[in-house]
Structures are given as structure tokens and as C-alpha cells.
Design a protein around this ligand. Structure first.
Ligand SMILES: Cc1cc2nc3c(=O)[nH]c(=O)nc-3n(C[C@H](O)[C@H](O)[C@H](O)COP(=O)(O)OP(=O)(O)OC[C@H]3O[C@@H](n4cnc5c(N)ncnc54)[C@H](O)[C@@H]3O)c2cc1C
Length: 466
């Protein structure tokens, strides 16, 4: 990989903005088809929302994405192709729910609660399962009730369709942990579409058979690095793209200290960040309006490291949900051999926004305090506590992915991936299936590569510029 300061002037058939899963996959596929590529990455590393952190002995913890679900065929296929295997998320033993007055132990998929709360939760979950089957996977905006379902949030639907406060609280907590945004901010149609992409509403927060089933040996960023093999010389780090100009037969990208020219450009940066680039000529109104409407979720991820996964000896899986906060969900994040022990804690939605504004020591006390309340005094003595606030990351600005509000899918959904002249769009928010995931990002990279290669082949055959 090269530093942009040593390469201020770049030329390639296709210039790609962003070196996450989407950008690297697009570059790999286009390069394999014989075209030249240049990947411009703002950070001094590749991987984007995928980031491993070494903890010694060749082991890592993951600051970003981690899990591949049952449906994650694309990520699996790519990992297989480059010789990376996966292992099951540790899930044996009891899970815990941290309630205001007590800790509740449970097994299975849904926390133990009083039967009326559970019955209410299940009837709502079953309804969502039935509704999602009416949503076409590729074009959710064509669902028979798309407009109605996209005109409200999951929260407003819950208020009309759930009878108990306990049921609504449980669904809200699971939603917030799964989407890093509260149910008040997410379109009902998006929830249905997102669930479809994972194989069902209940798959969103499920380990076995769900979206949290497996992790990659060596971490997800290891997969990005493997995919980048053979194109490393075409990746330029420290290249912050600020402006994109389109001409009849080419594009020109500029940023501090560099200039890159290509026949086409692929933009893979998160949608709100794409709005911070200047376009000449200006983008059509609908595309700009789209970029004004897809905010990222809010999450701070903590990795609390212990000499061993002590909770396993107490027959605990390491999975916990908290109604108290600020941590809302915890999982066992230990390496495959279980050493050292790692608890991965997620602070999401409004809790993350609030916590992020506190001084570092107060944040640490709040998180360690929550882990101690849930897992006992040993959890209060980590030998290391790592913190990753994705909202503060200049080139991401929130995670896990874009949180689709009411009106976005039906009004602008199709525009998410429609090219504009020589500008093509990819990234995990541009796919209907496995939206917002590493699998989705890889899929978008493959889709955009095919889109460009087809256009280039057509141009060559007909001697025309398209
Ligand atoms: C805490 C967390 C947990 C997650 N958990 C999971 C999970 O368990 N499973 C899962 O499948 N997914 C998960 N995700 C989501 C997953 O990480 C993303 O969907 C995926 O990595 C997105 O890839 P991408 O290539 O589309 O975008 P990104 O990874 O965001 O890549 C975009 C790249 O563009 C660069 N960039 C931005 N602006 C500019 C600019 N102006 N010029 C040049 N470069 C720029 C960025 O630095 C970045 O490298 C998680 C994400 C987070 C943060």
C-alpha cells in the first residue's frame, strides 16, 4: 500500500473511494477483469468499519464488525476463497437480563419474563414475520403496503399492536441493540426489509441460526487484507477525497495534495459522508436529498479483557441484556481458544450519545460498573478496557450502518445504487439483502464491478462513450 503524499498524481481506468469491504471487493473484481484501478482511502489503514486490535500472542479483539450470520453466504464465499475459516460465537450456558431490581438468568433466544409480556412479544414478532414475507427482497418499495409501512416507525407500530409495556420494552431493547438506534427512529418497512435480508425478524439478534452465529478466525479485518492481496500497490492511504468533477469521458478526483483521473469512479463511503464531497456538476436534487436522509446509528463498543473467561465456569454464556444501561448488550468476545477472556459490550442509541459526552474516566466507570453489576466483582477488574466510539470516527461517523427513517425507502430507495453519469455507488447501505453488513458490502462491491465492466464492454463494442 502506498502513501498518497508520495503519489500526488494518479491515473487508472476506475478510481474507487474507500477501502472497506465494498471498495476492496470492487477493486479486486475490476482488476481481475484486466482494468486498472486506484483505491483512495482517507485513513492510514484499510478496512473501514472493520478493525482488529492486537492483544498479544498473535490474538486480536475486534473494534468493528465481527459476526457472520446463517445468511452471510457472500462473506462466507469470499472467506472460503481466500482460506479464512470461521468459528461459532460462544453461546453455551445461561444468559442474563439486568433489570432494575434483579438479574434474571435464562436460556434460549428470548429473555425470561412474565408470561403476559412474552405472549405479547411473540404475537408481535409473529406478525412482523408474516408482514416481512410480503416485502420483495430486491425492491422493498414495491411491497403492497410499502407506503403505509414506510410512513411510520417500529415504535409507533408497537404502540398500536402490542398490549403490554413489558413486551414493548423488550422489543425496543432488542431493536436498539441490533440497529444501534431506537425503534422511534427506524421505519417499519426498513425493519421488515432488513429482517428479510437476514432470513427473519428473530434472526436479527439470534446466535444459532441468526445473524450473530459465527466469527472469522483472525478477525474480519483479516478478510479485508486477504481480499486486497494482489492490488496492494493500487491502494493509496491518507487520500481524503474532497471533490469529484465529471467530464464527458472521465472523472477527476481531488483532495489535499493529490489529483486522480479515471474513466469512472466508485464511491463506497457511508451515505452521509458522500454528502461532504463536492460534486461538479452538482448532483441531481433527488440524490442530494437522499444523502440528507440516511443517518448512521450510534454506538460505542467496549472490549473488556480478563485473564480468563471466568463467566464460563459459572455456566454463563457471556451474553447479557440490560434495561439499566448504559451498556445494553454484552457478548463473549474471547478468541477461539478462550484465552484471554473478553466481554464485548455495546452502548447504543441515546445511551451512546449521552455517554460519549462524559469525560473518559466517567465513561469507563459507567461501563465497568454495568459489567460488575451483571457479571460480578471479577468483571470490575479487567486488565484492559478498550473503547471505540464510532460516532467520533471522522471517516465513519456512526455505526453499525445507516438507520433508515420513514419515507427513505419508498421515496429514495431505488436511488441508493443508481449511477449518476460516471459516478457509481457501492457500500453496505446500497444492498437490499444483508443491508449494513460485511456480506452486504462485499456483495455491493461485486455488483458495482459488474455494472462498470458491462458499461465498459458496451462502450468498447460500440465505439461510444457511455
Ligand atoms: C461496532 C460495529 C459492529 C458491527 N457488527 C457487524 C457484524 O457483526 N456483522 C456485520 O456483517 N457487519 C457489522 N457491522 C457493519 C459492517 O462493519 C459494515 O456494514 C461494513 O464493514 C461496511 O463496509 P463498507 O465498505 O460498505 O463501508 P466502510 O467500511 O465504512 O468503508 C468506507 C471507507 O471509506 C473511507 N472514506 C470515508 N470518507 C472518505 C473520503 N472522503 N475519501 C476517501 N475515503 C473515505 C473510510 O475511511 C472507509 O475506509 C458493524 C459495524 C460496526 C462499526
Amino acid at each position: 500500500m502506498r502513501d498518497i503524499t508520495d503519489n500526488p498524481s494518479i491515473e487508472a481506468d476506475v478510481v474507487i473511494v474507500g477501502a472497506g469491504f465494498a471498495g476492496i471487493t470492487a477493486a479486486r473484481e475490476i482488476s481481475r477483469a484486466g482494468k486498472t484501478v486506484a483505491v483512495l482511502e482517507a485513513r492510514s489503514r484499510i478496512g473501514g468499519r472493520s478493525l482488529s486490535h492486537p492483544i498479544g500472542d498473535g490474538k486480536i479483539v475486534e473494534f468493528g464488525c465481527e459476526h457472520i450470520g446463517r445468511r452471510g453466504a457472500v462473506a462466507d464465499e469470499m472467506a472460503d476463497a481466500v482460506g479464512i475459516s470461521s468459528y461459532k460465537q460462544y453461546d453455551r450456558g445461561y444468559k442474563l437480563t439486568d433489570q432494575h431490581d434483579k438479574l434474571v438468568r435464562w436460556k434460549g433466544q428470548i429473555p425470561r419474563a412474565n408470561p403476559i409480556t412474552l405472549a405479547d412479544y411473540f404475537q408481535a414478532a409473529m406478525r412482523l414475520e408474516r408482514m416481512r414475507r410480503e416485502v420483495p427482497e430486491e425492491t422493498p418499495w414495491d411491497a403492497p403496503h410499502a407506503r403505509r409501512w414506510d410512513s411510520e416507525t417500529l415504535s409507533s407500530w408497537m404502540r398500536r399492536n402490542m398490549l403490554t409495556r413489558g413486551g414493548r420494552t423488550l422489543m425496543s431493547l432488542l431493536t436498539e441493540a441490533g440497529f444501534a438506534a431506537p425503534a422511534t427512529e427506524i421505519s417499519l418497512l426498513h425493519i421488515l426489509n432488513y429482517s428479510n435480508g437476514l432470513g427473519g425478524y428473530r434472526a436479527v439478534t439470534k446466535v444459532t441460526g441468526g445473524s450473530l452465529e459465527r466469527r472469522l478466525v483472525g478477525g474480519s479485518q483479516g478478510l479485508v487484507h486477504r481480499l486486497a492481496e494482489n492490488i496492494e500497490e493500487q491502494i493509496f492511504l491518507g487520500a481524503v477525497v474532497r471533490r469529484i468533477e465529471q467530464f464527458r469521458d472521465r472523472v477527476r478526483l481531488t483532495g489535499p495534495g493529490f489529483d486522480a483521473v479515471g474513466r469512472r469512479v466508485v464511491i463506497t463511503v457511508p451515505v452521509p459522508l458522500a454528502a461532504r464531497i463536492e460534486y461538479l456538476p452538482a448532483l441531481p436534487g433527488y440524490r442530494d436529498q437522499l444523502t440528507q436522509r440516511l443517518p448512521a446509528g450510534s454506538v460505542i463498543k467496549y472490549l473488556s479483557v480478563y485473564d480468563e473467561p471466568f463467566w464460563r465456569k459459572e455456566e454463563l454464556s457471556g451474553t447479557a441484556l440490560s434495561h439499566v444501561g448504559p451498556v445494553q448488550a454484552v457478548m463473549d468476545g474471547s478468541p477461539p481458544d478462550g484465552s484471554p477472556g473478553v466481554l464485548t459490550a455495546f452502548v447504543t442509541g441515546p445511551n451512546a450519545r449521552k455517554l460519549a459526552r462524559l469525560p473518559g474516566a466517567a465513561r469507563r466507570d459507567a461501563v465497568v460498573g454495568a459489567l460488575t453489576r451483571i457479571f460480578g466483582p471479577r468483571a470490575g477488574r479487567p486488565f484492559e478496557l478498550f473503547e471505540k466510539d464510532w460516532m467520533a470516527e471522522e471517516y465513519t461517523r456512526g455505526c453499525y450502518h445507516g438507520c433508515t427513517p420513514p419515507g427513505l425507502l419508498t421515496e429514495y430507495g431505488a436511488a441508493l445504487r443508481n449511477p449518476i453519469g460516471r459516478i457509481h455507488w457501492a457500500g453496505s447501505e446500497t444492498v437490499p439483502i444483508e443491508y449494513g453488513s460485511m456480506s452486504g458490502a462485499i456483495d455491493s462491491g461485486r455488483r458495482v464491478a459488474t455494472e462498470i465492466l458491462d458499461l465498459e464492454a458496451y462502450s468498447q463494442m460500440n465505439g461510444r462513450t457511455v
